[in-house]
Design a protein around this ligand. Structure first.
Ligand SMILES: Cc1cc2nc3c(=O)[nH]c(=O)nc-3n(C[C@H](O)[C@H](O)[C@H](O)COP(=O)(O)OP(=O)(O)OC[C@H]3O[C@@H](n4cnc5c(N)ncnc54)[C@H](O)[C@@H]3O)c2cc1C
Length: 486
């Protein structure tokens, strides 16, 4: 690049940032009085996103989460999620929608997912495969990468060691299916990284941001997802979209149903906050800036969340973001002893060591949080709750199927990842196997020799942390919107 090009590029980049800043200032000015909402005391001091007080159904408040996330969790996640172990996610984006014909395509080019180059993926991730077989928890260890030599077995007496293996191949296949079925029993979502169509995606090349996906297709997805919240009392005859979003009736439904709705609504808020904070401000056709200018769009945020434009519901939706954040935070704390034992192996020695250290630090911070969500409050009412828990699983699995119907590849990628991360969090929170392994002190042993029973695949771990990273970023971005709107 010549010097004059560099100068021109710098000028353009600076003008891009300046434009984004001006848009911010413009809207701050315009909305100064409009945004200010009355607080409980009747004073005109807060913007609608200046949430205060209890998050409901949890023992902590918004301020505590803001401080903990923005100061401690967010910066750590930012440096962790760019590491090779976390940036490559294996997913099947070609799975057909099982519910209706795919009738939509995203209107703008920013919907496309950029494929990653085969050589960019570290060998340690590629070669080890992603099978969820019984040895999967050790597959990312260094030892698992070293092939066993046949000569290791030279002094082995084959006659004495003879084992009657006269079990048919068919029976072996069935055993495998049973094992897979037993393992999947605890799953809250469908993991498709073993599908023929699954491929690695570099998440850093495909940031979650505004794509222009909207209208009937997007609404049908959200509506179908909220419909999964109907436990028994089906409202399927209603054509009213709003009837699936009972924010006004929340106190009339049981805790489990309320939690389900709040989790989905929190995810919905998070996705919409991202598209507001990484909005396409200007689609410049300049070949020096082919990606356009991206930045926060305060007007879009206001339109989506202010009480005036949402019938008073917007601030509740934002509060639900904190709820889902606390659910995933608690899952990470619960799985911390297990996650500390993972190798995070990619084959790049120096980086693997760094990731392990960063992970230990991150998990200690997460464990130190004082007001964790109490997962035992859910599914605690005897036999009925067992059925409820199974219904929950089935409904979350359905949500992962619905994600295959999203008509914009980039939205589908992040939708699937976040659903899988959420499913992994719920699996951790309600896994009998994890409880059993933890209670038997297995994670404290210097060497784990027996089958630990509970395990997560690499794909589940990548989804779990990236999904939590999305929620953490949303809470951080809210702080930025708040600053502008004050
Ligand atoms: C899985 C998925 C992923 C997506 N990812 C992206 C993306 O990466 N980039 C992008 O630009 N677009 C994305 N979209 C589209 C985006 O979420 C919106 O659907 C779209 O921008 C249209 O917005 P809307 O204003 O019509 O309301 P929508 O967000 O479509 O919401 C529909 C209705 O739901 C209610 N509602 C809105 N928010 C909440 C909430 N938090 N809780 C409860 N109810 C609520 C309101 O009544 C609203 O009218 C995605 C959509 C889906 C389904």
């Amino acid at each position: 690049m010549t010097t004059s090009w560099k100068v021109r590029r710098n000028v353009l980049a600076t003008s891009g940032v300046a434009l984004a800043f001006l848009v911010l200032l413009y809207w701050t000015d315009l909305t100064g009085g409009y945004f200010a909402a009355l607080d409980d005391a009747g004073t005109n001091k807060n913007c609608f996103c200046e949430l205060e007080g209890s998050i409901n159904d949890c023992s902590c408040d918004v301020d505590t989460v803001d401080h903990f996330n923005n100061m401690k969790v967010y910066p750590r996640l930012q440096s962790l999620l760019v590491k090779n172990f976390f940036r490559f996610y294996k997913v099947n984006l070609k799975q057909e929608c099982p519910f209706w014909p795919d009738d939509s395509r995203c209107a703008i080019r920013f919907c496309q997912v950029e494929n990653c180059e085969e050589q960019a993926i570290p060998d340690g991730i590629k070669d080890s495969g992603e099978h969820r077989d019984r040895s999967s928890s050790y597959k990312y260890t260094k030892e698992a990468q070293v092939e066993r030599s046949c000569s290791d077995a030279e002094d082995f007496n084959s006659a004495l060691g003879f084992l009657d293996t006269s079990i048919s191949d068919q029976a072996h296949k069935e055993f495998e299916l049973w094992a897979k079925h037993d393992e999947a029993e605890e799953d809250f979502c469908i993991v498709d990284d073993q599908d023929v169509g699954a491929q690695y995606v570099d998440l850093l090349l495909n940031p979650e941001r505004y794509t222009g996906y909207k209208g009937d297709s997007a609404h049908r997805i959200w509506k179908s997802i909220y419909l999964e919240n109907c436990f028994g009392d089906s409202k399927e005859t209603s054509n009213e979209f709003s009837s699936y979003m009972p924010h006004r009736d929340l106190h009339n439904v049981c805790l489990e149903q309320r939690a389900f709705y709040r989790i989905i609504s929190g995810l919905h808020s998070s996705i919409n906050i991202h598209l507001c904070s990484k909005y396409l401000l200007s689609e410049t056709k300049d070949f020096l800036d082919p990606q356009g200018i991206w930045g926060p769009n305060v007007m879009e945020f206001k339109q989506r969340f202010s009480p005036e434009t949402t019938g008073g519901a917007g601030p509740h939706w934002l509060r639900n973001l904190y709820f889902i954040y606390l659910v995933e935070l608690r899952a990470l704390a619960k799985a911390a002893p297990y996650l500390r034992r993972e190798e995070y192996y990619t084959g790049i020695e120096e980086e693997d060591e760094e990731v392990k250290l960063a992970m230990h630090d991150m998990l200690s911070v997460i464990e130190s949080f004082q007001s964790h969500f109490n997962e035992n409050a859910l599914f605690s009412s005897g036999i009925a709750s067992i059925k409820f828990k199974n219904d929950y699983k089935e409904k979350f699995r359905n949500i992962s199927r619905i994600m295959d119907c999203v008509g914009c590849d980039k939205c589908k990628l992040w939708g699937k990842l976040q659903t899988q991360g959420l499913g992994t969090a719920l699996k951790i929170l309600y896994s009998e196997k994890l409880n059993f392994a933890t209670e038997s002190g297995i994670w404290d042993q210097p060497q784990i020799e027996t089958d630990p029973i509970f395990r997560l695949s690499r794909t589940e771990i990548v989804a779990l942390f990236n999904a939590f990273g999305r929620l953490s970023t949303s809470i951080y971005e809210m702080e930025n919107f708040r600053r502008v709107l004050r």
